[in-house]
Design a binder for this molecule. Sequence first.
Ligand SMILES: *Cc1c(COP(=O)(O)O)cnc(C)c1O
Length: 423
Amino acid sequence: MHHFAYRNGIMHCEDVSLETIARDLGTPTYVYSDATLRRHYNVLAEAFHGLDCLIAYAVKANSNLGVIATLASMGAGADVVSGGEMLKAIKAGVPANRIVFSGVAKTEEEMALGLQHGIFQFNVESMPELQRLSRVATSLGLRAPVAFRVNPHVEAGGHAHISTGSAEHKFGIAWHEADIFFDEASKLPGIDPVGVAVHIGSQIMRVEPLKEAWEKVVALVHRLRARGFSISRVDFGGGLGVPYKDGDNPDSPSAYAQQARDVIGQLDVKLVVEPGRLIAGNAGVLISKVEYVKERDGRTFVILDAGMNDLIRPALYGAWHEVLPVKTPALGAPRRAVDLVGPICESTDRFAKDRPMPPLKEGDLVAFMTAGAYGATLSSQYNSRPLVAEALVRGDACEVVRRRPTFDEMTALERAPDWISSG
Ligand SMILES: *Cc1c(COP(=O)(O)O)cnc(C)c1O
């Protein structure tokens, strides 16, 4: 369910035509739908209604301040994985006491930042991290609320590169070693051990493997409580998938929430969930323009002005994005298998191979669908291409929420060394 649809033959985001946006802002440009973001947040909030639950939006999915601010205004918390994300969340209006700090490599500076702001929780993933966090907290005269992210040894990710819950992955502490961590934490002066967390991967289509992981968390809470630890929080992570192509049919947020209720039962804990893709995924598209159509060796290359630096998911994960013409093709126009490629000097700069597409010619616009999550956040300036613009649409209003940098801005942090001119 999203708010991108054809009207009078032109794809719109809510009430705004993508042609208009391309004309006004240029291409490539990411376009996000306010109504879609809100809908996804509301569906989850309603599904968890009545439960003591913090919905901590996983900022790395889409960290545009406009997107975070939209969700913050609805009451969302934030799951962050760096000091930069933490500061963006705070700047966008997320109260610090709704921020969860995840990630395997928190620096001392990041820990101090989180402690000084009074964030909700640090999800700790190793013994040296725990000891460092206690040291930093003690030096500030503070205590860090900590959940241990356990690695439940459950496989569930949609793709090998986005699974995180098995023994070979760097994430989490071994779930059977949690006792050792709680024993150690209870001796450390700067630590308040309050919870158990889990996150086993992304683009997970079925809630069943999540259940296995969550049940391990609940069993652990029972065991730790029996040993005298007062565990007041569980964090079930993120990971529920979204449809990218026809036939993708992920389990619903309500099935996800129902399963969470069932697994928690009478545990009497505060629940944290960390959805990213589920909220932002199909709330965004990337508009791109056809630069050239090149016929060679029996292949047709449709060369776009968007590249893997703007949307890296196909190159990085072999991900599939639907690519639709912004203008509805003429009725009965034949489809032809083409390769959709970008301008980057890399062979992996290919969005689709042998993709049946309606006729496309120079200057035509296309939209990469479901590009709202892990799109703009994973973009770079490779090939010295400026970051693309991002726009947020609400009804008939369209606001630029990140403008394209100028050439001077793109190069402002760089300089030639003094010895070039002085020599
Ligand atoms: C990436 C991440 C998420 C969000 O995953 P989605 O698949 O986007 O829902 C949640 N929690 C942690 C710890 C993450 O690293």
